[in-house]
Design a protein around this ligand. Structure first.
Ligand code: AMP
Length: 203
C-alpha cells in the first residue's frame, strides 16, 4: 500500500486543535466535552496543545474525567508563562510552535479541529496540506458546531471551482457537527489517490 492509499484503520490517538478561548456560545464547550468523553470511552488518546485555556482545557478535562489519556505538547514560552494544564499526567515541552506542531502530527493517527481562531485554522490547514502532498497520510476533520465550519466548506469549494484544488482534496477534510460521526469517519477515511497538480505534470 502506498503512502497515499493508507486508511486510518485503528484510531489510537487523535490530535485535537481548538480555540484557546471559549467562543460566544456554551454549545462550543458542550461539543468539546462530548468529544473528549467519547475519545476516552473509545480508548483514543488525546494529543493537544497542553494548556487549560478555553476549549483546549474543556476537551482535556473531559478526557481525564472519563478516565482517558491526554498528552499535552506545549512550547517553551507558554510553559514558562504557566500555561501547562495542571492535571496532565504526560506532557512534552518543545522549543517553539513549529516543533510543537510537528510533534503533535507525529503522535496522532488523525486530527480534529474544533471551532477556534488563527491557531486552530492554521493547524488544520497544515495537517491537511501534509496529507495532500503525501508527507503524511492522515485523516483530518472539523467539528461543525453551530455551523462554524460552513464558511471553510465554501472556501474549499471556491478553491476547487477556481482550479486551485482537486475535488478529491476539497472533500478529504471531514466536516460534521456530530463528534461520534467524525470519529467513525476518521476510522473509515481513505486518503485521496490523486496528486495535487492540475493541468501540469508532477507527482
Ligand atoms: P486559537 O485558535 O488561535 O485560539 O489557537 C488555538 C490553537 O493554537 C490550539 O489548537 C493550540 O495548539 C495553539 N495555541 C494557541 N494558543 C495557545 C496557548 N495559549 N497554549 C497552547 N496552545 C495554544
Amino acid at each position: 500500500m502506498s503512502e497515499h492509499t493508507t486508511s486510518t484503520g485503528t484510531l489510537r490517538s487523535v490530535a485535537v486543535f481548538c480555540g484557546s478561548n471559549f467562543g460566544v456560545s456554551e454549545a462550543y464547550a458542550e461539543a468539546a466535552r462530548t468529544l473528549g468523553t467519547l475519545m476516552a470511552q473509545q480508548g483514543i488518546t488525546l494529543v493537544y496543545g497542553g494548556t487549560n485555556k478555553g476549549l483546549m482545557g474543556v476537551v482535556a478535562d473531559a478526557v481525564l474525567d472519563a478516565g482517558g489519556e491526554a498528552i499535552g505538547i506545549i512550547n517553551q514560552r507558554l510553559h514558562d508563562r504557566g500555561h501547562l494544564h495542571p492535571r496532565l499526567v504526560r506532557h512534552e515541552v518543545q522549543p517553539h510552535m513549529r516543533a510543537r506542531k510537528a510533534r503533535m502530527a507525529e503522535l496522532a493517527d488523525a486530527f480534529i479541529a474544533l471551532p477556534g481562531g488563527l491557531g486552530t485554522l492554521e493547524e488544520l490547514f497544515e495537517v491537511a496540506t501534509l496529507t495532500q502532498l503525501g508527507d503524511h497520510s492522515k485523516a483530518c476533520a472539523a467539528l461543525n458546531t453551530r455551523g462554524f465550519y460552513e464558511p471553510m466548506r465554501q472556501m474549499l469549494a471556491q478553491a476547487a471551482t477556481e482550479g486551485f484544488l482537486k475535488p478529491e482534496h476539497r472533500d478529504m477534510v471531514l466536516i460534521d457537527s456530530d463528534p461520534a460521526t467524525l470519529l467513525e469517519g476518521l476510522r473509515q477515511w481513505q486518503a485521496p489517490t490523486v496528486s495535487k497538480w492540475i493541468g501540469q505534470p508532477g507527482s
